[in-house]
Ligand binder design. Sequence first.
Ligand code: UD1
Ligand code: CA
Length: 482
Amino acid sequence: MKGELTVVVLAAGEGTRMKSRRLPKVLHGFAGRSMLEHVLAATAPLNATRTVVVVGHRRDEVTAHLAEVAPEAVPVVQAEQLGTGHAVRLALAAVPAGPGNVIVLPGDTPLLTVETLQRLAEQHGEAAATLLTSVVPDPTGYGRVIRDESGTVVRVVEHKDASEDERAVDEIAAAVYAFDHELLRDAVTKLSTDNAQGEEYLPDVIGILADAGHRIGAVIAPAAETAGVNDRVQLAAAHRAYNDRLLEQHMRAGVTVVDPATTWVDASVELEADVVLLPATDLHGATRIAEGAEIGPQTSLTDTVVGAGARVERCVAIGARLGAEVTVGPFAYLRPGAVLADGAHVGTYVEVKNSEVGPGSKVPHLTYVGDATIGAHSNIGAATIFVNYDGVAKHRSKVGDHVRIGSDTMIVAPREIGDGAYTAAGSVITSDVPPGAMAVARAHQRNVAGWTLRKRAGTPSAEAARRALGSDDDADADAEEG
Ligand code: UD1
Ligand code: CA
């Protein structure tokens, strides 16, 4: 292809078949991207001179989304959706005329690949029009590609306008086209609305150009790529197909995926070689996993970075950073700002938020670590709570290196526990603990001797106590100790 290239994405339709109150059709998506983003990602490597997106239905939302994900794309408004041909006519009115080419594609074809679009562009060369087609088992609803005896494409007929013979054709038009810019600009002024839907059909341009003696090319693409998404059933199928494709790429690059059927990854996720993904694992956003880490089963990571050789099992993490050889889970919840240094361990029923767990430190069981900094090689006993919230403000606490926090300790922030300090189990720590000190902050124990024999006489507990104490002790077992 020579000269300027204009890409036109059609995204003005209502998408009634999605039955969505909350989102316009092209903003529905999967794998962390809207359908519109998927389409724009596939066209990006074409290095077009300009990209125009025709918006109409709920255009404020679509335009706002575009500004976020593809600020260089130019929205053009089609206030009334009078057909795909009308949409292209408006798009061209918004760009300068001149020699070059135009690639048109719908906003609801999210499985198109860069390779297929590049093939379309290459084969188009100097032709008047080149359309992307697929041979499909069930062509219902699609435009059919009509060829003459020599196999040359002569027109496209919409399903609703097709005769019985034409409906029997199983080669469909994908609504993806490359056109000579000047010929297209002229042809879209000749579209009629005399058809089943009363719309200006873009596919009619093929017949107009062919009738005028121009050369029409066709590129056949796998049906899996040209599938249009009009409803939620097709959306789920597209997601599945896209996910299979992504996982295949990861597996070919050295990632082990034990169960591709239950493993879901976003397009943006990065996985190094020798990562192992166990069943029922889903990875989202800016998640990055380094070499040899094993993730899952039943683990969901969002915007989370995992170091080499780490092991994350039955865990939910959002915005967390895990160093090398870290072990997490089973059943841990890592929230934004959780930073686990190399070799750290966060175990079962542990929640960590906006906190650092230092190198080699362990938080093994039943603990909440909120707004804390824990140094190196410290151990946080089971059922410890970093009490970070006083009902109005959050406060931070700091635990030094080689600290031993006893089980069931409440560390009432803001607190500092010095290097090498201990806390006694069950303590409520409301003062700082100097390095090397043992903090005991709990009531002294007292034993009321013989209480069960007197207050629970006749119960199995009293009988057990009597046996343990010996027969004649019971009468005067009333002294208190402790
Ligand atoms: C369209 C094609 C059909 C093709 C199929 C492939 C037409 C007339 N039909 O049918 O040949 O086989 O795609 O999936 O082109 N849009 C606008 N403005 C409009 C109308 C539509 O921007 O006035 C946009 C829609 O938002 C959508 C795309 O164009 O992204 C296609 O429209 P849709 O209604 O989905 O067409 P199909 O019936 O799928
Ligand atoms: Ca469609």
